[in-house]
Design a protein around this ligand. Sequence first.
Ligand code: HEC
Ligand code: HEC
Length: 480
Amino acid sequence: MYGKPVQKACCIAFVSISLISCQETDVPENQIINTLTGKVATYEELSAGTATIFSTSKFAYDTEAPWVKDNLYSRFLEGDLLYDDRRVPDMNDFNMGGLGPVYAGFSCGSCHNNAGATASTLWSEGGSGSNGFSSCLIYITRKDGGYMRNYGRVLHDQTAIYGVKPEGKLKVTYTYEKGYFPDGEEYELATPHYTITEWYADSLKPEDLVISVRTPLRHVGMGQMMALDHLQLERLAAQSNYPEYGISGRLNYISERGVMGIGVSGRKAQHQDLTVELGFSSDLGVTNDRYPEEVCQGQEQYNQLYTHNQHGIQISTEDMEAVDLYMHCLGVPARRNVDDPEVKRGEEAFYAAKCHLCHTPTLHTRTSRVTLLNGTDLPWLSGQIIHPYSDYLLHDMGPELNDAYVSGLAAGYEWRTTPLWGIGLLDAVNGHTQMMHDGRARNFIEAIMWHGGEGAVSREIFRKMEKKDRDALVKFLQSL
Ligand code: HEC
Ligand code: HEC
């Protein structure tokens, strides 16, 4: 039933832009035109059913789904602005104020540029960023699991307020190790080593400290992720047991808003929702009704400057709902070059290497209603066939990727399978190809060669492939 409007949009677009004609008025109701090829979109191309968009530009992650119209579109734009606009420290500016006193980024978009993952300041600046944001989150905890009273869980390495110091600064150095494929081709893995300098208060001895550094996740398929069928996920977790390949995934369960449930978002599936309130509070230092206290409240340096909770609430619930709606309504970019023989060969290699046992190609969203917290119905997210290339489960990825940081059920070595949809457009959207939870992999080959633990069998099958199959597999990943 959504074929019609899409088809109309295609005609409008192509009358002026290209010579491809849209005279095929016999396109059946339920078919969608791929405006990149001018043909009816195929099953493989439709990454997220009717939410699929056709773009290879830097806005490929940041474009509304085709069904976002009228009033929904206004709310989407409102959310997009609140997401991207640089916040300022001024506490009298209720619209764009509230940044800090300490923070990590000055807008959601500072880390998630164009709804993607901003190039890492780890690589460009050797750690914390110097331009008012770091495009990463630095989690710290005591090795014995104890909470760091003076810091909280995130090290806020930026400040915008005179007299307040950043909580500390992150430095990273890399050691490099070369590896070789059997045919002699070389690759290199960079292992990060972190230290924290310029602690604002008492520092912890390195041997007592756990530091986990995370680069941002792309916002591809946020609405679909929230519309996942939890029964299907539970079935997937029960089925995800392939002893012959050493693979068995499991769900993370966490408590959110006082309710225990399945975690889907975040690198360890440590959240049930799209973390809007937490993002504003913990990443930006913008207080809200769910997190009414400044993140640095209780710190000496805060108490000297301000009386208790002087700042009040710095973003309204309505504004946060608009941001939540914006992320739910983003379109998912269609796959490209699906018929290219090399891409097809790469797809076969993907299956041969058992990548699909974790990076599940196809899931479906639940059939029941998808409704936002404020009651907004998004019926278009229900009942869709989607190609996220993830099982949203946790897997033991081995000692090299162990960050010793526990989140809910997830141990240090466990990570959620990163959804691969849209990953081939990362370079076009964000101008880099840094991957894995801390951005240590600089390209697809390195990302694959970092797979350990349950991913080791895959990695070894890949290692032993002929070069043309390895190249084809990368081509396939670029088509996602
Ligand atoms: C300082 C950088 C930074 C800022 C600012 C930031 N994020 Fe993030 N975001 C991250 C990182 C890093 C992750 C991955 C963290 C993890 O899972 O451990 C992430 C993950 C997410 C995810 C999970 C995506 C998925 O696929 O599961 C969502 C949703 C999200 N952020 C939304 C937001 C929103 C909304 C804002 C603004 C209120 C925001 N972020 C601000 C760095 C940032
Ligand atoms: C045992 C499950 C498992 C298998 C098998 C597996 N992966 Fe992964 N993959 C993961 C997990 C978990 C991550 C996230 C690791 C991290 O962030 O440190 C990941 C991350 C990735 C990434 C980086 C994504 C990003 O945005 O950072 C790529 C690319 C990737 N996998 C491709 C592959 C390919 C290709 C294969 C087959 C050769 C494969 N994976 C096999 C679980 C798996």
